[in-house]
Design a binder for this molecule. Structure first.
Ligand SMILES: Nc1ncnc2c1ncn2[C@@H]1O[C@H](COP(=O)(O)OP(=O)(O)OP(=O)(O)O)[C@@H](O)[C@H]1O
Length: 443
């Protein structure tokens, strides 16, 4: 073929239609564009007229011939007719061991002052698809936390996915930070989603500190960022955790908070016309959660991903739809109680409401017997608590209730004084409490 013929052929076969489109409408959290040949999930640039800036956005839906775009940046300065271009879907995610020690945004751009992330070298690592259930293994190794109420009563395992549930200001973030500090995993992947900017700085400088950061990757999408950033941040964190687990490392993934992630997804879902249900949550708010959570776990051929997620219970209402859904898909939940926190008892774990589904396989029979008695007497104490509180019960009237009152006092001292103890000490102490209670009965 001569040159002219070859040029004619390439003109015929080149897709020149639909590469650029233009903005036609603005709807608060999203914009619509026409004339762009793009699919759901594609990334686009919106070029501001007469400005050298562009806005990154993602196609989240379409309406007739118009695509619906949600931005990763603020939309100030956009105007009708701004050009929209689909770009190759090569996001800037970097998967490299050198991510450790870095603070990045939802798209993998650095937020710290340690230089361009791309300079650490691209790790063209393709995220595997859904995990074959046979690749998973049973959770068989205890994850010590140093927190007596958790190690003693709940006993968490490596690869377990645990939610920390409470209303606002009851101690979720403080507890997740304690769990992070106590962790002996090789890498921590920490996603801060929808947090106040002040909390992000405080967390990195005061709580994590240089030592903590030296084995962590922090992904931040704070409250003022667009919903798409908050959703991407969670997925970026889960993928980075997955990457390190494929390097054979035991990873701790923390996401604070899942509720703010669901709220961000609600904004996206409503923008693309999904039907709202309870509290306005749309179907995709629920469907993204198992996708995210299933990336963690214990695996046969790679390292574990132990995950802690905070879940806000709006208005302290335990039937909150996101909290309710999360409880069903996790391997355990730690419920923090405002009444316990109000008495200055921290971490304000509600013993009766909290559950670890991996515990049965992690503790021995002797420990099971002790815990059965602790739960039995704790429950008996709470059944009679209102009577005890008003002074209607007198010591000596009921041997079992006397034991329950004694045990409750001792476990309060063990669990709610903020001391860090190793698990063996806690289990020995629980065993002593039961023996002492029995001796009191017989004396
Ligand atoms: N272990 C603890 N020891 C002492 N004080 C605590 C502890 N946990 C929480 N608090 C107190 O409770 C306050 C709120 O804690 P935190 O920010 O962890 O709650 P939260 O449930 O994450 O709140 P939000 O839902 O608003 O993010 C803290 O500022 C502190 O005063």
């Amino acid at each position: 073929m001569n040159t002219t013929a070859s040029l004619v052929e390439s003109i015929k076969t080149t897709n020149t239609i639909g590469k650029f489109g233009k903005l036609v409408s603005f709807h608060g959290t999203y914009v619509s564009a026409t004339g762009v040949d793009a699919r759901i999930g594609d990334l686009c640039y919106i070029y501001k007229k007469n400005k050298a800036e562009n806005i990154r956005s993602e196609v989240v839906g379409f309406d007739k011939d118009n695509i619906i775009l949600m931005p990763f940046d603020t939309m100030t300065g956009l105007m009708p007719g701004d050009r929209v271009e689909r770009i190759n879907n090569n996001t800037k995610y970097i998967y490299s061991d050198r991510l450790i020690g870095r603070v990045i945004d939802a798209l993998g751009e650095p937020l710290d002052s340690l230089g361009d992330i791309s300079s650490i070298g691209k790790g063209p690592w393709k995220t595997p698809g859904p995990i074959n259930p046979f690749e998973r293994k049973r959770i068989d190794t205890i994850a010590n936390t140093g927190i007596p109420i958790i190690d003693g009563l709940l006993t968490l395992g490596k690869g377990q996915r645990v939610g920390i549930f409470s209303g606002s200001g009851v101690g979720k973030t403080t507890l997740i930070n304690q769990l992070l500090s106590a962790s002996d995993t090789e890498v921590n992947v920490i996603a801060l989603i929808g947090e106040r900017g002040r909390e992000v700085t405080e967390f990195i400088e005061c709580i994590l500190g240089k030592e903590g950061l030296s084995k962590s990757v922090v992904i931040v999408a704070s409250a003022e960022q667009p919903p798409l950033c908050r959703v991407y941040a969670a997925h970026t964190a889960a993928k980075i955790a997955e990457y390190f687990s494929y390097q054979g490392k035991d990873v701790l993934l923390t996401i604070d908070s899942i509720t703010r992630l669901a709220m961000a997804q609600r904004e996206i879902g409503l923008a693309r016309g999904e039907p709202p249900s309870v509290k306005g949550y749309t179907p995709s708010c629920y469907s993204i959660l198992p996708n995210l959570i299933e990336k963690s776990g214990a695996f046969k051929t790679r390292g574990t991903i132990t995950a802690y997620y905070t879940v806000l219970i709006e208005g302290d209402d335990m039937s909150d739809p996101v909290a309710d859904y999360m409880r069903g898909i996790l391997d355990g939940h730690i419920v923090l109680d405002r009444d316990i926190a109000a008495q200055g008892k921290y971490p304000a774990v509600n013993i009766q409401e909290s559950v670890s589904r991996a515990k049965g396989a992690l503790i021995n029979d002797a420990e099971k017997s002790i815990l059965m008695l602790i739960y039995k007497y704790h429950s008996l104490f709470h059944e009679s608590k209102s009577m005890i509180d008003i002074g209607a019960y007198k010591e000596g009237e009921n041997v079992e209730l006397d034991k329950a009152i004694y045990i409750e006092g001792r476990i309060n001292d063990l669990f709610y004084t903020g001391k860090s103890l190793d698990r063996n000490t806690v289990m020995d102490e629980l065993s002593n409490i039961i023996s002492s209670a029995n001796q009191r009965k017989s004396s």
